[in-house]
Structure formats: C-alpha cells, structure tokens
Design a protein around this ligand. Structure first.
Ligand code: XMP
Length: 509
C-alpha cells in the first residue's frame, strides 16, 4: 500500500494531517522524529514525507530534529509550520523569531502560481496560523509561493528536489483550501494511490492479533462503547474463547449500561464476566476533587481489578480499545503535552504485569466505526456517543458521591433522549450533562431553593482533537432544561456550555 509518512514533531494539530490524508483514501503513518532514512526506505512503498508542526524553535538545542539525511530521500517532502521552518533551516535558509506571533486566521496572498502544491487555490485564501518563529530567508534554489502580513515566506518550493514548505496549517478546517493543498501534495506530487480502505481491515487486524497473542489467554475490559466492543470482536475472532471480556460496573457508568452490554454480548461466542465493583470505585473516590487524581485512582483500580481477574484465569494479555486520539492527548507521543491522562493510556500505573495489546491504537474514530460496521455490530453501538474510561466521575466537578453520580447520570440520559427524539443524536460527537460544584439560588413551588446547577455539553467534532459547541435550537435546549429541573429535585438551574475546543476540552475534567 502506498504510504505517506507524517513525522511528528509534537504539534497539537499535527496528527490531523494523518487523518486528512487517510480521509482521501491514502494510507498515512505517523512516525517519531528519530525515524531513520533507512527504515523509511524499507517501508518499500513510501510516497512522500510530511514534517509536522511543533511547539519548539529550530534553534533550541533540544528541539526535535530528523536525521539530516532524511532530506536525501527521493520522495517529495512537505514541511508544515515547524516542519516548514525546519526544512528552511536544514537547507541553508534563515529562521527568525517574529516580533509577535501569528495565531488564528490570516489572509494568504499567492505570489507564484506555478507550483502544483497550490493548484486550485485563489489569489487570496484564508489560512490558519499558529507560530511565533518564521522563515526570513530562503535557501538557494527555493522560491516563495505565498505570504501573509506577518510571514513574508508563508509557502516555498524547490521543484527540482520536490521540497515544499507552508507556514500555515492545511490540516485544520479553518484553512479553507487546506484539504485541496494536501490532496495536491499526496495525489499530484507524490502520486500516491488511493488504496486505503479501513472497512476492509478487519481480517488483517484479526491476523495481527492472532500473531501477537499466540496461544496465550487474554482479557479485555468493555465499556459499552464502539472502541472496546470492536476490539473485543476482533480479538475474539482471533483467539476464540482464550479471550474473556470483563465489564466492570464502577458505579460511574451511563444509565442502562450494564443491561445494554449484557444484551450485546448474549449469544455471542465471547465469554462475558460482569463484576459489580461500585463500592470499591466510589469508596476510593471519596473526598477526591482533583481531576487528574480521579483519573489516576480510577485507572489504578481498573488495573487492580483486571490483574486480579487475569491471575485467576491465567491470562497474560490485557486487550484495550485505545484509539489514536487517546494516545495523542495522553502525551504518549514523543513531544506532545499531556492534556489528560486517559485511563487506558497515560493513567495506567508504571508497572502492569500484563502485556498490553491495543489493536485499534493507530486508527481514528470513524475508521473504527467502519470496521465495526464491517463486523456487523449493531448500529446502536456503532453510532453510540463516546464515553470516557473514567466515566461519570469526570463529569462531576468536585467530589464524586453516589447521589451526585445519580444526578449527572439521569441528567445525561435526558440530554441523550432529547437529542434522539429531535433526530440530532447522530449529528453530534456527544451530548451530556456536567454537575457543577457551585450553588445558585432558585425558586421552585414558591419556595427559595439553593442547589447545584447542571451544565449541558453538546459538541460537534470530527476526530476529538478539535470541537465546536453544537448550535442546538433553543427550543430543544429549553426542553432539556425543563425536564432536568422537573425530574431532578437536586437541580434548579441549567446552563449551556458554548466553548469550543480549544480553548476548552469536551469533558470538564
Ligand atoms: P476531551 O475532554 O479531552 O475529550 O476533549 C476528547 C474525547 O475523549 C474522551 N475522553 C476519554 N476517553 N478515556 C477515554 O477512553 C479517557 O480517560 C477520556 N477522557 C476523555 C471524551 O469523552 C471525548 O470524546
């Protein structure tokens, strides 16, 4: 399969590049900056390399840099943001620190329309910028293609060596023709074949799981979501009843989760064990308010439960439904910052005596959904909103108590029900309620009340890396609000969260 490699220098958006390339049907793989020329060549069907963005400055001693001979590769190379500066710096150009940064939308003026890279773009285009340093002088042989007010060399090319740089981020939807630019690079410049089709990937993933696990026994924790369900089905096909699925009822699950899991797996070949561990999880969370502490406690407790169970059935492998975006945001890639310790990635204790196997860790959410579809999983599971590993605990600001969990569980259920009845459930990434820790005054039944409010969080997203709050009609929000305050005696006020990601994240903790 033709491959475009994205060398990851740690930018928050850099992983979207891989997603965009895969979206056009070309296989993309994200590799670390230390990857050698030789191992890239050994891929056999390498068609091009993209150097991603990143927060460092090319002059900083510890800034991530590729091996110098990467530039001798015979395939086209495109540098984006930090990658653009890196390309200039490594080929004899000059990078300087700008007087001020250029963040957000800028207008790109094209000065040279001869390059294939910018084919199809207008003389002026909206682009998304996120940098302070900029390319000040170009190496010989290169020519400028475009500029913005703050970046005189916002795009450059050396056609003879097929090296390209853009200061802006084509992978972000705010760059209106970003998709076109990446297509120009992957399809016209690199001549990559569009032969990537995740829907046909299941047999290969089954083979890989079989090879990896061999004749060992494995366990998998189910959460009810599409990721762990798909991972369980794949590994189940690979090793049959050597896989045991475990659903831990932490007391922090969505309404009706336990029944729904039982329904999904009843009649399937997979052995399902349901463990009621509500007391253990809620007990350990008593008095804990800090979000990262909550995440770590829950992660550790899950591992305790899994280790104990694995021991009793002689399993050596723990299968996890981790997907690509979980890995990125937990800071597990080389240079990106830890945003949150996803319990199934960074929240795990240092030493786990189980071999972790993550069959979906290189796949994006919509790719997992396509695989789930090809495996015949029910629509309801495939389209189910994402639910975080730490569960409702991270949707309660402040202390987690059984009573507070119940409020947030029921309020979230109302949000989901109303989204479904308005036909909006599948249009949004997720919708849920968050219970806050401040109180406000209200009036209910002629009496003064002083209670906690609920915040509604409904977001649209393509890949969990960025998100916009959903512009839900007020009538529907009003219905949710009225139902929540009527049906939940503990709540007297409902607010709607109108923050995008960034600067906010989807979950509150
Ligand atoms: P944030 O809040 O980081 O969430 O914008 C992005 C997506 O990831 C989900 N999420 C998690 N999923 N374990 C998971 O499996 C976790 O610890 C976790 N934290 C957040 C979140 O629900 C959203 O869909």
């Amino acid at each position: 399969m033709d491959t475009i490699v994205v060398m990851d220098f740690g930018g928050q958006y850099s992983h979207l590049i891989g997603r965009r390339i895969r979206d056009m049907g070309v296989y993309a793989e994200v590799v670390s900056p230390g990857t050698t020329k030789r191992s890239l060549e050994e891929m056999g069907n390498l068609k091009g390399v993209i150097l991603s963005g990143g927060a460092a400055s090319v002059y900083a001693e510890d800034s991530p840099k590729p091996e110098r001979d990467i530039l001798d590769l015979e395939v086209p190379i495109l540098g984006i943001c930090y990658g653009h500066q890196l390309l200039a710096h490594m080929t004899g150009g000059d990078v300087e620190s700008g007087d001020y940064g250029e963040y957000g939308t800028s207008v790109l003026g094209l000065s040279n329309r001869n390059s294939k890279l910018l084919r199809g773009l207008d003389d002026q285009e909206e682009v998304w910028m996120n940098h302070k340093d900029r390319v000040a002088a170009m190496p010989v042989r290169y020519s400028t293609l475009a500029s913005t007010d703050s970046s005189p060399i916002a795009a450059f090319v050396d056609d003879s060596s097929r090296r390209y740089g853009v200061q802006f981020h084509p992978e972000v939807t705010h760059t209106s023709k970003g998709g076109k630019l990446l297509e120009n690079f992957a399809l016209s410049i690199c001549n990559a074949e569009r032969d990537w089709d995740p829907s046909g990937l299941a047999p290969e993933l089954v083979d890989r799981a079989e090879d990896y696990i061999g004749n060992r026994k494995a366990i998998i924790g189910l959460s009810g979501g599409v990721d762990s369900t798909t991972a369980a089905r794949l590994v189940g096909k690979a090793i049959g009843d050597d896989l045991t699925a475990i659903y831990v009822d932490t007391g922090l699950m969505r309404q009706g989760e336990t029944e729904s899991i039982k329904n999904t797996f009843t009649g399937s070949d997979l052995e399902l064990i349901v463990l009621n561990r509500k007391e253990e999880f809620l007990g350990k969370l008593e008095g804990v308010e800090d979000p990262e502490k909550k995440r770590k406690i829950i992660g550790n407790t899950f591992i305790d439960v899994f280790t104990e169970k694995a021991k009793s059935i002689g399993a050596e492998v723990l299968v996890q439904g981790t997907i690509y975006s979980d890995v990125i945001e937990s800071g597990s890639t080389t240079h990106s910052d830890t945003i949150k310790s996803h319990h199934n990635v960074g929240g795990l204790p240092e030493k786990v005596n189980l071999d972790i196997y993550e069959p979906l860790k290189d796949l994006y959410k919509d790719e997992v959904r396509q695989i789930a579809d090809s495996l015949g999983l029910p629509e309801e599971i495939i389209n189910r909103h994402v639910f975080p590993g730490p569960g409702l605990a991270i949707r309660i600001v402040g202390e987690v108590t059984p009573a507070r969990v119940e409020v947030v569980r029921r309020a979230s259920y109302i949000v989901e029900e109303e989204l479904k009845s308005a036909g909006l459930y599948e249009d949004v990434w997720m919708g849920f309620a968050v219970l806050l820790s401040v109180k406000s005054v209200g009036i209910q039944g002629d009496l003064r009340s002083y209670k906690y409010p609920v915040a509604l969080r409904i977001v649209e997203s393509e890949d969990a890396m960025t998100a916009n709050f959903a512009q839900i009609p007020f009538k529907i929000l009003e219905k949710m609000s009225t139902r929540i305050t009527n049906e939940l005696d503990q709540v007297n006020r409902v607010v709607y969260d109108i923050s995008n990601k960034p600067p906010a994240t989807m979950e509150w903790e």
